[in-house]
Design a binder for this molecule. Sequence first.
Ligand SMILES: CC(C)(COP(=O)(O)OP(=O)(O)OC[C@H]1O[C@@H](n2cnc3c(N)ncnc32)[C@H](O)[C@@H]1OP(=O)(O)O)[C@@H](O)C(=O)NCCC(=O)NCCS
Length: 206
Amino acid sequence: MVVRGGGDCGVFEGLREAWLGRSFPGWKPVAQAGRTVDLKPVVQLSLMGEKMAVTLQDVTRANFDACVLLKVREDQRVLVAPNVLSLAQAYVIPSLVPFAICEDDNPVGFAMYNRVDEVDPPYYYLMRLMVGAEFQRNGFAREAILLLLERFRMEGACSEVRASYADSNEAVEKLFASLGFERVGRINERHEVVEEGGEVLVRLGL
Ligand SMILES: CC(C)(COP(=O)(O)OP(=O)(O)OC[C@H]1O[C@@H](n2cnc3c(N)ncnc32)[C@H](O)[C@@H]1OP(=O)(O)O)[C@@H](O)C(=O)NCCC(=O)NCCS
């Protein structure tokens, strides 16, 4: 069973203090409900330790606004492209697969991958991953990657998945390491292996 509550953006900080603070531990933000002009942050308390349902959902007309409005923390903006840019790229490059990371049906994060087929062996490349600032540290990214790995294994088209990240990205480094990804070197923007510069490349066998 879950209990939900919401409030206007203007008082959200106050609500956060009240609901997410010491007096009511356990409440956490789950979504911004309403339409673009009328955003009402929603907080939710899971009773009796019930696990929230995380799903990977296509970006559709219904959840487009919510996906685009998801933002990482100010200091994380250099680490990932805005979701609107990723969606624009997916519009012109059909091999890109964007999706929303949802709790129930509410987008809390966004990711995008593609299948790199022109090499032997082909691999999946997770090129974008973000969780909205207010939803971070709730296990959404971990759960989303686990679901994605299941999807890849079911599809069975590639024997490994790769990802890359900036050296400074300690959070994602820990996340991938905890899921068994191993560090294999460095790559540049053209995905060429380089000795220095570029990003750290990690892989996981499927
Ligand atoms: C990286 C990111 C997607 C993680 O999302 P999240 O839902 O908060 O991650 P989770 O709650 O699933 O955390 C899983 C593990 O990641 C690591 N982690 C996540 N956030 C962390 C942080 N701020 N500091 C240190 N470790 C962190 C921890 O090991 C954590 O496990 P733990 O909670 O048991 O310690 C999120 O921080 C984000 O959107 N960052 C900005 C964008 C970005 O860097 N994207 C990746 C580009 S390659």
